[in-house]
Design a binder for this molecule. Structure first.
Ligand SMILES: [Zn+2]
Length: 103
């Protein structure tokens, strides 16, 4: 188990999880319920964390997340289906899987 990503907002970490799982890497969300509600800032020691199950997947997972963040410098967006807030770096709604609409 290795920590690959942490962020004060659970939705950002959940998005990273979706991304990593989409390429078949096993991962787990930790501290999922430690902070406040969705979108609220948690204390730094209880940030949600994304861990890869197999250490050998670590480099690939980090690279995926880095690439997604590099692509997505911009505003957060709201899902057209469920209304959930998503980080700019992610192409798919973390909550329902709907693709981001660019138009
Ligand atoms: Zn959605």
């Amino acid at each position: 188990m290795k920590l690959v990503y942490t962020h004060p907002n659970l939705y950002a970490v959940a998005n990273a999880q979706t991304l990593v799982e989409s390429v078949g890497i096993g991962c787990e969300l930790h501290n999922e319920y430690a902070g406040g509600g969705m979108g609220e800032l948690a204390p730094i020691d209880t940030w949600p964390e994304l861990w890869v199950v197999d250490d050998r997947d670590y480099d690939r997972a980090v690279q995926l997340i880095d690439e997604a963040q590099a692509r997505g410098a911009g505003e957060d967006w709201f899902c057209g289906r469920c209304g959930e807030r998503n980080g700019a770096s992610f192409e798919v709604c973390w909550a329902c899987g709907r693709e981001r609409r660019t138009s």
